[in-house]
Design a protein around this ligand. Structure first.
Ligand SMILES: [Zn+2]
Ligand SMILES: [Zn+2]
Length: 134
């Protein structure tokens, strides 16, 4: 049996791939639900308001957003995250839609064989070059 100390409360618990004991995990989940509910009920609330009303730190709320667990709605524009790649405002996750798209493309580019790339017509190449100029 693998025994560890919980990183949050320090209690000994049976390790099951989580850094927190069951009790702390339950509390974290409750915090998450509180934040989610508060945002839902108060769509115009600022990050500070949410944090002081729910008792959950701004860092944790940001983490929920980064993990994509919390989604912002149109009204939540004051709760803005920025894309880690281009800095554009986003509502959830780490990248804006465009960067997500480009990251996928780059990823595909790495995986595609040389032959596939040579098969592209000159016209298509110019079109792509044009699009990236801006
Ligand atoms: Zn704990
Ligand atoms: Zn971006």
């Amino acid at each position: 049996m693998n025994i560890k100390n919980c990183v949050k409360c320090g209690k000994v618990y049976v390790y099951d791939n989580y850094k927190l004991c069951r009790n702390c995990r339950k509390l974290e989940e409750e915090d998450f639900q509180k934040v989610k509910q508060y945002i839902y009920d108060n769509p115009g609330a600022t990050m500070q308001e949410i944090s002081s009303e729910t008792g959950v730190s701004i860092q944790r709320i940001m983490k929920y957003l980064r993990e994509g667990r919390l989604q912002l709605r149109e009204e939540n524009y004051n709760l803005i995250l920025d894309c880690e790649r281009c800095g554009k405002a986003i509502r959830t996750g780490r990248y804006c839609d465009r960067c997500t798209d480009e990251i996928h493309k780059e990823f595909k580019g790495i995986n595609s064989t040389k032959n596939e790339r040579f098969q592209k017509s000159d016209k298509e190449k110019m079109y792509i070059a044009d699009r990236y100029k801006k």
